[in-house]
Every structure is written in structure tokens, then in C-alpha cells.
Write a protein that binds this ligand. Sequence first.
Ligand code: DGJ
Length: 726
Amino acid sequence: MPITFNAEKKTFKLDTPTSSYIIKIYDKGHILNLYYGATIPDDEVPGRATRRVNASFSPQDPAMGGRSPFSPDCAPMEYGTNGAGDFRISALSARNAAGDSVTDIRYTGHKIYKGKKEIPGQPSTYANTDDEATTLELYAADRVTGLKITLYYTVFENCGVMTRRVSAQNGGDAPMQLERIMSLCLNLPTMDYDLITLYGRHMKERNLERRALAHGVQGVESKRGVSGHCQNPFAALAEKNATEQNGTVYGFNLVYSGNFSALCECDSNDTARFIMGINPTDFGWTLNPGESFDSPEAVMVFTDKGLGEMSRIFHRFYNHNLIRGKYKTEKRPLLINSWEAAFFDFDDNKLVDFAKEAKKLGVEMLVMDDGWFGKRNDDTTSLGDWFVNEEKLHGSLSSLIERVNAEGLKFGIWYEPEMISPESELFKKHPDWHVHVENREPMLGRNQYVLDVSREDVRENIWQQMYSVLSNNKIDYVKWDFNRNISDAGSALLPPERKKEFFHRFILGTYDLMDRLCKAFPNILFENCSGGGGRFDPAMLFYSPQIWCSDNTDPIERLYIQFGTSMCYPASTVGAHVSANPRTGYKTKGNVALWGTFGYELDPVKLSDDDREIMKAQVKLYHETYDLVRDGDLYRLISPFENPYHAVWEIVAPDQSRVMLTIVTMRSELFGNTIIKLQGLDPQRYYRNEASGEVYSGALLMNAGLNFSDVANRDGDSAIIFFSAV
Ligand code: DGJ
């Protein structure tokens, strides 16, 4: 059993195939974490419960006597709480009816069972069958306020993944305010780690940043109302010498699309506490007696085989246990999107011309991006008016779709459901439906306000509008966009004491709309987007199997974006298109986009004959490598963050029978030697270079490597080389 309880020692042991996690119930019901790391034998208990306390400055439980070696200030508290002797950054704080926020939870019971429960109203990872996962529910309560806490841990048996979340229930008889409720809290016995996070901005998402932990609090957060371009809800703690191939790494990813915190505090005992969850700034939740609150879920990966293996564990897990629906397994249509080809300047004929030419290249679906509704011919108007602009399309949407279908292409459409233009029919009818606070004119972003989808009536209106278009037309794909962040956060319906609930209610509203759409239209392929990759997180992947990774389609810039994104997100989720942007030729654009969903974002009518031939070959390669890219294991061989000349990656089939090696030269190194050592092959097998016919052992390819100095050695050039097992 992957989760066991030792009643004598009062310990829980949670085992994935590669890790052990040990929880102990200490003398007076304090819940402690004794271990998280590589597998250790059952019934061995590391002695971490007590630590040297800080003399008279570390508070002690009077029930243990004044000279106990135990203090919550220094112990590895499993879920550190505020105000009751633990001064480190806390995972939980509840302000009670008396007005104080002292929060002290002690163990009250537990339950272990096969399978994994859903979180009501929220996205989460899932077990395909109950056999795949085992869950521990650990119960704790604050005896003074009646606050009841359930800590959920699910162990996935075929991969090195554990998930955690928390729910709180008011078991007292007076209202209380949750001030912070983190999804995970982890105490590590040393602070000898680097913190790795993904920072960025619009057009430059998810850059890798690595810094040594230092005393005090450090980490990343979002207060933008979304997970955001600027920081991703991903963090890793890596041993200082951990590399792609070696070393201990803890990876964390929050299944949440709103404000988050991922923080690490290193204390005076040189230990590290990591917490991850909803950002407590601008968060609060009133719990009346009997009411409960569920935190989002956090995914935890442990490996002692380096960052590359951490990523592969995330990738396999997300492909298998997060992505849902028809397109989890079914081949997704290869699309061309109208945005970079035409922006707002299109009509039915232009789109049909796109379809006709794209079909010749082998494209399978046309996506009509922004500009098809209301009076929208630029970004100043019409968000919220989700009715077809028949004047622009010279007729109905269904007649356009029929014409596109007649060219042999499926049809997709763009929405930005959580937005409203001040210049729109919807705003005229409902001038209080946008996110705002009283007496303050809200900020604009791209000329638009955010629509208050925390409100049911607002959601219902958008739902009806979307339902009408989607159910009356043959639509195969929806791109769901979100083009600004949330300022002036407030909802006209929330009373003052509940205003702090807004941000989370907004996200729950988004989830609700997405859930309804997925259920009502199971055959539609959904792609998320937020000005590119501003909401690239596991929660969005629960609703849409792919996310537009960035508005930056320059292939050299994309190298950084895709390397960073691959820290935890698999290639199957990474929206990547070939566009007309000028820096490199179409060969390199295609080779980079093949590490993703692949598609086009250009005017196919304007292509030269040579470029058309390149694209036909790319499309062929896309089909041929579809399964390999989606199911294969990624190895980041040379990172653009570390090497100014090349970016090199490799995708290896799960049975190690085929390898796709991509080399991109960002800047050629005159007279340099590019020796590349492959990874992830079977050392005993022999592999043939499919182009040259040369045969090498897996051992040679991995240990000695090959000299690729003559391959793609001009600035912006690239090559894909396949090896197959003989
Ligand atoms: C931002 C997206 O990232 C683009 O791909 C495009 O859909 C525009 N919005 C449309 O406004």
C-alpha cells in the first residue's frame, strides 16, 4: 500500500515509486513532517521532530511542560499555522469572532482510501482508475475556534507525483475569516537549495531563473487576478549542484489560474519552509458556522535524477492525469489562425481564400480569430457582444463555415468571454457588470474592462450568448482569450465584509463557465490564451488540452519560451505556430513549432512557391512525428539560457525505438565544435541515423556523443535528425 499508518509510532508513510514522505503525529497532536525525499525502508523514522529551540524565545506548549525540546517555532510543522508559536511564514491563518488570528490545529483523525476525490467547482488532477492513486485525508482542528482542517494527500502509484490540497470548515458557532489557506507547506531540514522559477512578461514568458536560497522570505507571486505572464505558479527547489541529469529536485506546480504565492522562508536553524497556494494579499473568505472552503491543488514531484527527469515526470503526469476529454488521445486538427495573417481586417472571402490555400499545404482547420462579432474592427469595441457581424462576413456564420468546410477544413472561432468593452451593447445595458469599486473609474487595459464573472447573472448572459453561437454552428475549436489583468478589483454584489473574496470568486466563475462549455460541447477542441501565455497553468489545462504559448512567434525567442515552459508543461500543451515574422526562414520556424501543437499563423495566399514546398514537407513531418512528440520523453540537451550559440533538444519514444533530435543555431560559432551527447537511449541497442544511414550504439551516442559542427551552422539555421533503433 503506498500510504500506510504505523499506529505505534504514529507515523504515516506515503510512497511514490521514487520517493517517501513521512508525517508524524507528535505528543500533543501537532502534525509534523519528518521526511520527503528518495525512498527509505518502511518503519524507519528520521529523527526530525525536535530541534534545538531558541532558548526562551521559542514558545512551548504548556501541556508539554516548560522545558520540552519541542517548539512549533523550530519543529518541521506539516502545515504551519499563524500565531501559535510558529513564527515562520504560515500556511493557515483564520481570524475568529473574538478578532484574533491565533490558529492552532491538532490531529483529530484520518482516513486512507484508494482513488482520488474531485474538488467541488475546481479543476484538479485525477486518477483514471481508483487503482492508480491512494489518498490520505488527515483531520485536524483548532480546539478553541472549532476550525476543522482536512489535509488531502494523493499518491500516484506509477509516477513520482504527490498532490496536496486543504479544506477548512467552520465547526464552531460563530463566523470566522480565513486569511490564508495554502495548498501545500513543506519543511526541508536544510536550506542548501536553489530556487528555480519562471519569470517573464507579455511576448517573453517563462524564462528560467535560478537563485540560491538565503535567510528570510523569497519567492514569486501574482496579484494580477490571473496566474500571469510575469511569474508562473511553478517552482523547484534543486540541490545546489543539481543539473538536468543529476541531483535532488523538488518540483511544485499550483493547479490555479488566479493570484498565487510560491514562497520559501529560510530560518535561523537553516531550515527551509516552502509554501504554495492562493496569494493571501487581497484574499479573505468568510466562513459561517458549517461552511467550508477548498484550496486549489498543488502538484509535487520529487526526483534525485535532476531537472530533466522532474520535467518528464510532470509531462507524463499531465498528459495522463490532467488533460481530459476527446483530445486527450484523439489527434488534434492542424490549424491555421487568422490573427497574424489579417488581424481585424478580414471578411468571408478573405477567410475562404485562406482556407483554400491552407488546404493545399495540408492544413486541417481554419480559426477565425478576434474581430467576427458586434462591431469589432479594432480593439476599442464590442467585447461582450457575442453576436456575429454579418455585415463583415457578408452573411451568416453558418454560410461561412459551410464554405470553409467545402474547402475541406474544419472551423474554429475566438472568444474573450471575461471581458467587456465600454463601447458595447452589453455595457449600455449593464453598466455595473464590469469589475470595479464604487466611486472610482476603473483602469482600462487594451481599451477594455474585465467582466465580473464572479456573478451568476453575468455568467448566465455570456453562457447564453456563447451557447447560441456554438450550438447553431458547426464549430470544432474555440480559442478562449484573456487580454488584460484585473485592477480595481471588486464586484457590485459583494458586501464590504466579503470584498476580499472577489479574486477567488472571479476564478471560480471562470472555471464554472469553462466547465459548462466543456460539458455541453465535448467535441470542441478548446485552446486557452491570455495575450499569449499569460494564463499558462495546470488549471487551464484541465479545461483545454493546449494553450497558446506566447504572442511571440519568432523562433529564436520561442526557444527560451519553450525551454522555460517545458519545466513542467508537456509539448502536447504548447501552442506553437509558424508565422511570417522575418528573423529566420520557414525551416527553423517549423522545426521550433514542431516542439508543440504546431500550426500556422500567416497569410497562405502570399507565400512564395519555395515556401509552400517547405510547408508541405513540414506538414508531412508534423503528421509523421505527432505521436512521438506527444508521447515521447523530452531531453533538454543544450539550453539557450546557458549557451549563446545553440539550443538542442531531443524527444525519445517511450520504448526508446526512435529519437528526434533538434538543433537550432542561434548564433554560429566560427570554428567551434558542437559535440552533442544524446540522452535517454538504450545503451545496449544500436541506432541508425535515418538520413545518413550511419549506425551507432546507444552507449556511444550518449557517452561519447557526435560532432554536429557541420550541421545547421549558420545563424538562425536548424536541423532535425532522426535516429531509429535497428
Ligand atoms: C491575444 C492573443 O494572444 C492573439 O493570439 C490574438 O488572439 C489576439 N489576442 C486577438 O485579440
